[in-house]
Design a protein around this ligand. Structure first.
Ligand SMILES: [Zn+2]
Length: 449
């Protein structure tokens, strides 16, 4: 039976490509509030054509599109999370074909949202549609929740989960996307680090001044640099009091899969034009640091004159944007409090901080039975050993779901997919394999329970 369904998925490839082209032609840019109603209409129509019931859920922002196929109250339930919004396509002149005219070149389909996240949804729908076309009812209940604001931080997700948790309830959640490793192996990601973004503001004199006055007038750019300088030392240690308190150490099994993760160290460094990773790390120690340590990044610094030539100015103000990537055991609100306390203690009470929410870290253990099921199903389709990313160093609203359902991320991306950048793309062969992997998971998941 499963073989028949996998063949039907293969026979549905022209439907998959055409539907993805139509979907990715709609410029659903949440940051610019573009084309939201027409994207929602497109999704409702497409879900209905695949045999799912849809409804729109309003949680205060762009509507969520919810779709379901319930076969029985006793059957296990799988929910897919995806998002229909995309990043702005800028810079436009770097695209080799127009971002919202999906274009095929050398086995790859190019366009904004082709991978992140429209291609992933279409792969999943192709699997559901193939089950229906084979005259077979999936042995599990299937739900989809499609976010319209993921690219702007999913501001309505908290309200959605609070109000509609019963409707979203499931035994397993397949998160929005995933990739394969440089050596072509399917990747399974089990969670995300948390994130806290903070902006620091320093006010100096109330006007820009002649820099000769810097001998007596406090310079806000210096204050900012001194404050930033005491947050992290040259050994990459974050100096904020209590920052590492409560951090949960990885289990032995999670550590083992992390150590086996293919980082392709030399090749990645060469591509970046770099000689070393931080602290000269490599091998196991690099992987441990990558997955299991929190990070503090400076994202941007602004002060004074940045134009051509030189201007001897003492700037009136200075600001910096930073982000913390958090590991299990840390919470954004708690880290923000500790940052404030630490800056005060170091004599930087005048530095103002602003921050919005953030995400807590989330991780499904590698020993979870559904992780085993998914890895088996994926390997059966790809005919290659999988690799596991125990926790992604990136962050995601998966944290909202992790409280009530176990989440695992897989998808159709690849290391050169260029998401958020010009010439975003997927390989058509990944669209096919990704659709078949989902069909296989649906069959195995239903059988298991
Ligand atoms: Zn994205």
């Amino acid at each position: 039976m499963t073989q028949n369904i996998l063949r039907t998925v293969a026979d549905s490839q022209s439907w998959a490509i055409n539907t993805l082209k139509a979907y990715a032609s709609i410029p659903s840019i949440s940051a610019q509030k573009k084309a939201i109603p027409e994207t929602v209409r497109f999704l409702q129509k497409t879900f209905a054509a695949c045999g799912l019931k849809t409804r729109l859920i309003n949680a205060g922002g762009n509507p969520f599109v919810y779709a379901e196929k319930i076969v029985s109250a006793k059957a296990p339930t799988i929910i897919f999370y995806n998002h229909y919004d995309v990043q702005p396509p800028d810079p436009l002149d770097e695209w080799l074909s127009p971002p919202f005219t999906p274009t095929l070149r050398n086995g790859r389909l190019y366009g904004r949202g082709i991978s992140d996240n429209k291609g992933n949804l279409i792969a999943r729908l192709t699997a559901v549609r193939a089950l229906k076309a084979s005259g077979f009812t999936a042995p599990c209940n299937i739900k989809f929740i499609i976010d319209g604001e993921e690219e702007i931080g999913s501001p309505s997700m908290g309200r959605l989960v609070q109000k509609y948790q019963k409707q979203l309830a499931a035994d397993l959640c397949i998160w929005e996307s995933g990739s394969r490793s440089l050596d072509g192996r399917p990747e399974i990601s089990l969670g995300y680090k948390g994130v806290l973004c903070v902006e620091l503001f320093v006010q100096g004199p109330n006007i820009d001044m002649h820099s000769s006055q810097g001998i007596v007038i406090p310079n806000p750019a210096w204050r900012l640099v001194w404050a930033l300088g005491c947050l992290k030392n040259e050994y990459e240690k974050i100096m904020i009091d209590g920052f590492y308190k409560g951090c949960v150490k990885p289990s032995l099994s999670d550590k083992k899969v992390g150590e086996a993760y293919p980082l392709h160290e030399k090749e990645s460094l060469r591509k970046l034009g770099l000689k070393n990773y931080v602290l000269g790390l490599s091998g196991k120690r690099l992987r441990d640091h990558y997955f299991y340590d929190p990070a503090l990044n400076i994202n941007g610094l602004t002060s004074g004159y940045q134009g051509k030539g030189h201007k001897t100015v003492l700037p009136a103000r200075a600001s910096a944007k930073i982000d913390f990537r958090l590991i299990p055991g840390q919470k954004p609100a708690d880290v923000l409090k500790k940052l404030r306390r630490y800056l005060d203690k170091k004599g930087f009470k005048d530095i103002k901080l602003s921050s919005e929410g953030g995400y807590v870290p989330v991780q499904t253990p590698v020993t979870h039975p559904y992780v085993k099921l998914i890895t088996r199903s994926v390997e059966a389709v790809y005919k290659k050993p999988h690799c596991v990313e125990p926790i992604s160093p990136a962050s995601s609203p998966m944290s909202f779901f992790a409280g009530f359902v176990s989440c695992v991320a897989i998808g159709i991306g690849h290391p050169d997919e260029k998401i958020h950048a010009p010439n975003e793309n997927i390989y058509l062969k990944d669209l096919l394999l990704g659709s078949q992997a989902i069909a296989q998971i649906l069959m195995d998941f239903g059988k298991k329970a």
